[in-house]
Design a binder for this molecule. Structure first.
Ligand SMILES: CC(C)(COP(=O)(O)OP(=O)(O)OC[C@H]1O[C@@H](n2cnc3c(N)ncnc32)[C@H](O)[C@@H]1OP(=O)(O)O)[C@@H](O)C(=O)NCCC(=O)NCCS
Length: 175
């Protein structure tokens, strides 16, 4: 698969329409919380939503560590998002890791996630990380490919819940 030309940009009001279209697609498949939140609320005040996403890069609460979200833009359209957590909590160590990503359903299978992760790794390095943990379900063949094509080394697989797929723990060395 040839890599699509994408750029990673901080959340911006410039991509309102295609972001909302993507969010609608995520909502239809039942995954809206990954990138946004409640669609009606995001639509009502997109500026506030963007400001909140940008603020997450420096916000620290009892539950959340700072997290940089970047949007993947392909031919002026929002096609996915990737988030880099600046450090791990106990919960992120168990599930979530440093980096999480989603590709808008209608853009899947074109190399977007592979390219998003490739472009996000140097960003993680500039945040001071030397290696990153990326977790995924043992059944998520696409995500496994994305991580392994970006140099992910499988350190362990754990069953966290016997009713759910096992979790894979990959580490990527950033040098
Ligand atoms: C996982 C996900 C991010 C992959 O995004 P994507 O942009 O389609 O990924 P890519 O196009 O870069 O494909 C990566 C590889 O997976 C393969 N692939 C894509 N969909 C696949 C599928 N359903 N089954 C098996 N392999 C698949 C591709 O062929 C490609 O392999 P290749 O490198 O050998 O060509 C996307 O499916 C998604 O957003 N899923 C829902 C949320 C999610 O699972 N996020 C990741 C949590 S760890």
């Amino acid at each position: 698969m040839s890599s699509p030309k994408i750029t990673l940009v901080p959340p911006t009001e410039a991509h309102r329409d295609t972001f909302l279209r993507g969010l609608r697609e995520f909502q239809d498949e039942g995954l809206p919380w990954y990138i946004g939140g409640d669609l009606a609320e995001v639509e009502r005040d997109f500026g506030a939503f963007v400001a909140k996403k940008l603020a997450e890069a420096t916000r620290r609460t009892a539950e959340f560590v700072p997290s940089t979200q970047l949007w993947a833009i392909h031919e002026e359209q929002f096609v996915g998002r990737i988030s880099i957590r600046h450090e791990l909590t106990e919960s992120l160590r168990r599930d979530g890791g440093h980096i999480g990503y989603d590709t808008v359903p209608s853009f899947r299978g074109r190399g977007v996630a592979t390219e998003m992760l490739r472009l996000a790794l140097p960003v993680a390095r500039t945040l001071g990380l030397h290696e990153v943990l990326v977790t995924c379900n043992d059944t998520n063949a696409a995500s496994i490919r994305v991580i392994e094509r970006n140099g992910g080394v499988l350190r362990e697989t754990q069953v966290l819940d016997p009713t759910k797929p096992a979790k894979r723990y990959y580490w990527i060395d950033l040098g």
